[in-house]
Design a protein around this ligand. Sequence first.
Ligand code: A2P
Length: 269
Amino acid sequence: MDAIAPRPKPAIPPAFNGETVTWVHHWTDSQFSFRCTRDPGLRFVAGQFAMIGLMVDGKPLVRAYSIVSPPWDEELEFLSIKVQNGPLTSRLQHIQPGDTVLIGKKPTGTLLTENLLPGKTLWLLATGTGLAPFMSLIREPDVYERYEHVVVAHTVREVKELAYRQYISEELPRHEFLGEILAGKLLYYPSVTREPFITQGRITDLIESGRIFTDLGLPPLSPERDRVMLCGSEAMNADVKAMLEARGFTEGSNSEPGSYVLEKAFVTK
Ligand code: A2P
């Protein structure tokens, strides 16, 4: 009897590695995370994003996704929204361990510590899935050599959308080698806008009112001592950018470092 030939896997276009999904976690009905294998040749810096996606009808369907995992991790992790009629995320949300995903071979992006001038406190301000690149940065030991404090401020509409909350507040401080490095340096500041929470309100309001500084025991933002990375919706990025520039901050880029950098949280469909 003839052996049944396995169904051929679609050929992977040369700009991508085909990686195997190893773990999927659904945070809410609109957000999930997954991990996949990592090609040993894939290099990236904490804060960068890669083009990722699936082969659909023999063609790559990809979007920009910030990498959640730190550069030292042997796997890759991503955080995604789920849009029921979104071309990519309507499919990607159904991936299971063993499935193949496309990972672009050339990560890039501006949320890099080298795009910032030296400073004392690094503020990582995110809304929604904009938290992703900061998950990588807060697990990069080099970041703690550059700053006295690293603040992750994550704003979402509802408490259940605070992805990685337990990981940041409970697991990371006990992490076998990072725990000691980040002790007393990493400050987590979650806030929620549409239901009661210890810290309620948009990051813009928490900065304007000064509440975030009082809560954390840090001085108000100044371009001399503070450095800021922004990753949120277009509206959040624009509002915080205007607030920072009114305070004398200048935008850094891959060609010239400044006192803040920003990237859009890639709301993919
Ligand atoms: P709000 O609930 O007041 O709109 P979204 O899910 O729309 O991307 O929003 C994620 C979080 O970002 C929400 O908590 C939302 O607050 C907040 N947000 C939206 N727009 C802005 C903005 N322009 N400045 C600061 N925060 C914002």
